[in-house]
Design a protein around this ligand. Structure first.
Ligand code: NAD
Ligand code: GLY
Length: 349
């Protein structure tokens, strides 16, 4: 005996990303703004001058990657239950990528899924984390190991928020912009080489191009069955660096910057990138004071740590290797000698 459940259907999860000053928006449902004390202190007044709702609540969780955990999710869910949110209610993620990932995850599980929108306030979250529907939290086994794909209903990117961003956080966002350009868009890379992202008009154009690049990738491969993995350029090496330095020494974008340099070395070794192209990428990162070097104490331990990454399958490690500037290869069969050759170039003498 067999009972079939025909579930084949086309679901339209399309949404728009607005890159401009926040418009006035009114919601006819219950809305909760999820934020942290720092972002609220700096920008909640501005947000409340733009957003209104039938009932509007503010939920704050502690600031920091170390609070991207179950306890913060529970804080959010409890508040939603206390305020009797229902399936028509909406969450607004108002903060950097940490708030965005947690708000999206809470939205994905509350009563089996409610809507949320993203109002990202860091450069990294504006160009990357708020777009594409990856949501989640960390646990004792690692970063982002629990989560769901849950697309926001809309993303509002208001560059005004960036005026209060510390310069290191700004640069960390630039690293993700460079990532999009190197992997998918040579013209965009050349634009960045001659651009000054401290100029608000130029920055807005760069945000638009980075978001367009990511949107194109996500629309082709929403759940990372292939192409989307290319957005992890710099991350395979970067995650090991973050892990070795206990997430304390480098911001995520800074570790990704060093990771991109290591991926470039691999590409040069494999004759997929010229020395000159690698130098141009390094110069662009250095223009924004991003770190581009790291001293590896033990290359064997560094190599073994690759296998802790959730993107590694049981026996192989997926490396994202740029092919020149503007193209990329997702490689899970690079031999250990090639990688060790690269790691030895960064070895502490
Ligand atoms: P973050 O959210 O921790 O923000 C960095 C710091 O800046 C925090 O202290 C925050 O309170 C503060 N801040 C936020 N907006 C500010 C503003 N306008 N002015 C001054 N300070 C401000 O870090 P992040 O770099 O935005 O995001 C990193 C997180 O994003 C990581 O958890 C990472 O896993 C996640 N991420 C997710 C995706 C995705 O596709 N979902 C992609 C990339 C990164
Ligand atoms: N930040 C990588 C991705 O969204 O897929």
């Amino acid at each position: 005996m067999q009972v079939d459940i025909p579930l084949k259907k086309v679901i339209d999860n399309s949404y728009s990303i607005t890159i401009d000053m926040l418009p006035q928006i009114h919601f006819d449902h219950k809305v909760a703004i999820i934020t942290n004390p720092k972002v609220a202190g700096l920008h909640l007044g501005y947000l409340l001058s733009k957003i209104s709702a039938k009932e509007l609540y503010i939920i704050t969780v502690a600031d920091g990657e170390e609070y991207k955990n179950q306890q913060s999710i529970d804080t959010i869910l409890e508040s939603l239950f206390n305020h009797r949110f229902n399936r028509k209610s909406l969450l607004i993620a108002f903060g950097g990528g940490v708030i965005g990932d947690m708000s999206g995850y809470a939205a994905s599980i509350y009563q089996r899924g409610i809507d949320f929108i993203q109002i990202p306030t860091t450069l990294l979250s504006q160009v990357d984390a708020s777009v594409g529907g990856k949501t989640g939290m960390n646990n004792q086994y690692g970063k982002n190991l629990i989560g769901a794909f849950h697309q926001p209903k809309a993303v509002y990117i208001d560059p005004h928020f960036l005026t209060t961003l510390p310069s290191r956080e700004f640069a960390a966002g630039v690293a993700e912009i460079v990532k999009m350009a190197v992997t998918f868009n040579k013209e965009f890379f050349e634009f960045l080489e001659s651009a000054d992202l401290k100029n608000p008009k130029i920055l807005q154009e760069a945000i638009k191009q980075a978001v367009q690049t990511k949107a194109d990738v996500v629309s082709k491969d929403e759940k990372e069955h292939g192409l989307r993995a290319a957005l992890n350029y710099g991350h395979t090496f970067g995650h090991v660096i973050e892990n070795e330095t206990q997430y304390k020494k480098f911001l995520h974008g800074e570790a990704v910057a060093i990771g991109m340099i290591m991926a470039n070395e691999t590409a040069v070794k494999m004759n997929l990138m010229s020395e000159n192209e690698a130098n141009r990428i390094q110069a662009l990162l250095q223009k924004y004071d991003l770190p581009t070097t790291y001293l590896i104490k033990n290359t064997h331990t560094f190599y073994e740590t690759f296998f802790l990454d959730k993107k590694s399958s049981d026996s192989s490690i997926t490396f994202i290797i740029p092919v020149g500037i503007g193209d990329v290869r997702i490689a899970d069969t690079i031999d250990k000698n090639t990688i060790m050759h690269v790691l030895n170039k960064f070895k502490e003498s």
